[in-house]
Design a protein around this ligand. Structure first.
Ligand code: GLP
Length: 236
């Protein structure tokens, strides 16, 4: 794992954008994308650039169940607003949170990921070490699956909703195995709230209790983080 300490999210966004440009120059065709606040400055950097993504495909990590793409809390809406409206891809895929049959949607999204191997996967990290919506206890060999969100994740995400009862309790997420199959990975983490997760991910044992620790087995992971998020590490 390579760790790049940045002063703030704006610098983090710029650093990641430079890495993205390298990948594009080397022929990257499929981007794995994430929602949450951590990649926002990265998306802004892309929006304000002259980079053209119209030949690329994007696949997103996850989506809430029960929200359709027009709902302003859905991850589809988030992606439209923060990236796709300004920089359309050839095709952009997310799980369908309104699918009538969740089992079929899981199979469909898994097949779609197999068709579109990810060159660069963007990740944030939950305070409990989750990646995508893979909560502690998720098997490292998991593929796309339906997820019951933990109380801590529901609470952490409540800030985006009017009231906590509005936060969906289920999601569809890429599994750990899908995430690890990306050729390269950039993970953003900002703030002291992420220090526990980052320390476990980097220095802790590889354990399903801290899903992000699975990234230790990947050979091309770049962590872009501020000092507070790195404060639990033994060394940088
Ligand atoms: C959610 C998302 C994750 C994201 C995490 C952290 O749970 N499903 O993909 O990494 O939140 O979000 P933030 O970047 O806002 O801290």
């Amino acid at each position: 794992m390579r760790i790049i300490q940045v002063d703030n999210q704006v610098e983090g966004g710029r650093v990641a954008f430079e890495l993205l440009k390298e990948k594009l120059a080397n022929g990257a065709k499929t981007l794995g994308l994430a929602t949450g606040s951590s990649p926002l400055e990265f998306y802004k950097e892309i929006r304000e650039s002259d980079v053209d993504l119209s030949d690329l495909v994007s696949v997103n990590l996850d989506e809430y169940m029960g929200l359709d793409g027009d709902n302003d809390q859905s991850y589809r809406y988030f992606m439209q607003k923060n990236l796709f409206d300004a920089k359309p891809f050839k095709e952009s895929f997310l799980p369908n949170g309104k699918a009538a049959n969740i089992d079929e949607e899981v199979v469909r999204y898994n097949a779609l990921l197999a068709e579109h191997p990810v060159d660069l996967q963007i990740l944030g990290i939950g305070t409990n070490g989750h990646i995508g919506f893979n909560e502690p206890g998720t098997p490292f060999d998991s593929q796309v699956h339906a997820v019951e969100l933990t109380e801590s994740t529901i609470q952490a995400n409540a800030r985006f909703f009017e009231k906590i009862e509005d936060v969906p309790t289920q999601a569809i997420s890429m599994g750990i195995k899908n995430i690890l199959s990306a050729k390269s990975i950039i993970l953003f983490a900002y703030g002291a709230g992420k220090a526990y997760a980052i320390a476990g991910m980097v220095d802790g044992p590889m354990t399903e209790e801290l899903p992000a620790s699975s990234l230790q087995s990947h050979e091309d992971v770049v962590i872009i983080a501020d000092k507070a998020a790195l404060s639990g590490l033994k060394r940088i």
